[in-house]
Design a binder for this molecule. Sequence first.
Ligand code: GTP
Ligand code: SPV
Ligand code: MN
Length: 610
Amino acid sequence: MPHSGIPVSAVTNQKVLDFIHEYQKILEPDNIYIVDGTEEEDLYMKDILVKSGTFTKLNEAKRPNSYIARSDPADVARSEASTFICTTNPEDAGPTNNWKSPADMRKVLDPVLHGAMKGRTMFVIAFSMGPLGSPIGRLGVQLTDSAYVVVNSRIMTIMGKKVLDELNHGKDFVRCIHTVAHPLKPGEKDIPWPCNIPNRFITHFPETKTIISTGSGYGGNALLGKKCMALRISSWLAREEGDAMAEHMLIMKLTSPEGKSYYIAAAFPSACGKTNLAMLRPTLPGWKVECVGDDIAWLKIGPDGDLRAINPESGFFGVAPGTSDDTNYYAMRSMDKNSIYTNVAYTEDGDVWWEGLTKEPPAGKITTWRGATWSKDSGVPKPDLAHPNSRFTCPSSQCPILDKAYYDPKGVPISAIVFGGRRETRTPLVFQALSWEHGVMIGSGVASEVTAAAEGVRGQLRFDPFAMLPFCGYNMGDYWQHWLDIGKKVNPAHLPKVFHVNWFRRGPQREFLWPGFGENSRVLKWIVERVEGTAGAAETPIGYVPAPGALDVSGLTISESVLTDLTTVDAKSYLDEVAAVREYHSKFGSHLPPVVKEQLDALESRLKVA
Ligand code: GTP
Ligand code: SPV
Ligand code: MN
């Protein structure tokens, strides 16, 4: 059934109207459609997407109201090389971001934007990141010519009429402009995944709270509320406000058998286990995990001087490969219905499949993420049936262990912050920082092996401070200083303890030494016992590690030698780490906070006498 959205006359916020009209002139869409966010509208959009070949509806009996999309094979992940922070002064973007001045970037963008929506509809999405009325939340308006973005945004954000009502009360908003930059000539037939790779730019103008993204329709490049607004623009705004932070972190609630609860926030680089940890099923009896968020946390110092966090997202945009009933049961249940699958494989019975969902792919004809046909009896070696960065989009509300406080506009109080990365060697399973300042230095030196979530050489070790390398919207050195400043502003009694974990140590056969997933509850238990001050710890030069016997491995089959390996620190090898971190830090020049340097020097001295 056709649907017409909200009439432009219902927009009374003049700034929103001006924004729409300014870009209508530049982009020259055939129509404007203001989304209302209703279910009927959603079905209408999905119908359009099925007709254009972007979506295939999945078997209704198996996965109600769910769809699969295959992207252009060149548009499968965030494109960091095309991502820019555009500030007047290059130092404000810092050495880790691509920089262009706003004026120069506009010179590049203008020809791409000019007439970019010809032959298409410009959808206007009024959206909220975080519960409406939250002191920690923010509003945005995204213009887009992609119905795929609209239906994903309906899952990932709060959008439509109720947000427009907020805006009509005069609220400010982040300006988000997105176009696939694939205009259609009169009568030209559309293609299933329009994009424009040579003209792919993901650009941020924090000084004017504006995001312009062209040429891509995928994930963080196109769902502008996510990484562009919730991290790059919001990290800038959070520092300006002085008492807030925008972080690439999951938020979880852990409850002990005695019924005591703790909120933990954890920052791991892309595809390093946030969604899995956020929804973990503890193997330790009596322990319970509830999920608040799996990717982004907005933090703010609360009225009591504690650090409060909300999940600004309304859904999960999770990595499909490796997700199964065994590894992430609750993510599987969250996507049983009303979900969108991108770049996974399509089975003969109208369902989805990806590497790791089951041991073996199902029998029968399988359509790969590239659209080729393959089957087990074809005699052809199995290609990647799903792309390694294939994703599911599903509503948080469907998560069986969603914490009630997810809906609380005040946010949840954080008692531990955990950093982590993929490290085959050296980095122990878990260690605790000696202080907040030491923790900030640890965050500044987070390194991880590159995954498929971004374009690049997979497996190579790269520094990814605070898991924010691709997402920090300003000078990374200033960002570390902001972390130090926050540590001074939080009430010391509520200052979170800082930890670092590594689930990815490997043995001689490259096998994982730690079983991971639900077994990570053992590490979480040690972490909250450290918060309580009850768990045994041994002080090493890099921080506290579990004392012998302090990590609960009851019922786990793991050899004593592997366990020792995972919890001891090789001082010699860590001196190499210090040298690498020092060299990395030198990039930041005068923006490197002296405290971070002092902490690194102190670590080096401790290692030298160890
Ligand atoms: P983004 O959405 O890209 O930010 O990723 P993420 O950090 O949420 O990562 P996710 O939880 O989706 O995990 C990515 C991959 O790591 C999946 O293939 C998981 O199966 C795998 N993984 C997660 N946790 C563990 C673990 O404890 N051990 C091992 N070996 N693999 C894990
Ligand atoms: C990540 O890469 O960290 C993601 C996926 O969560 S995207 O939304 O594409 O950034
Ligand atoms: Mn992420």
